[in-house]
Design a protein around this ligand. Sequence first.
Ligand code: SF4
Ligand code: SF4
Length: 147
Amino acid sequence: MEPENRPFWETKTLDEMSQDEWESLCDGCALCCLTKLQDDETDEIVYTSVVCKYSDTKTGACTDYANRSVNVPTCVQLTRERVAEFDWLPDTCAYRMIYRGQPLADWHPLITGQRESVKQAGVGIAAIPVVLDNGKLDYEDFLMEKP
Ligand code: SF4
Ligand code: SF4
């Protein structure tokens, strides 16, 4: 395919993308919403299957996205500057895949044209067992492999 006919995610770096292009890269998997624990001594980050109370576990959507950093102070905002440093993001995260020079997954909505293709591929919090945080959980009981 000629370069001018190729989609933006194949021809642009993350820094070159428009705001709309940048936002369309998010596949809505919400795996970045899974609560993570960091080892005080080694800084190692481990995933748990716990999600905050604002998470819609059926769709992966945040039910109060505009106020997420107020509602959940540990809710991290992904920016272009931080993609490189956020190596804890899921391996399937489109931002990390583009950052690593990989093609988008064949289930990505930009490829399929359908948001549902993420869940259908078994990816995202709507496709795996997760636990809603009730404020009384011991996160250590819910450790899981990095998705
Ligand atoms: S892991 Fe990446 S692609 Fe998935 S919701 Fe988070 S930012 Fe979007
Ligand atoms: S506040 Fe919203 S975006 Fe942040 S972790 Fe909870 S569900 Fe995810």
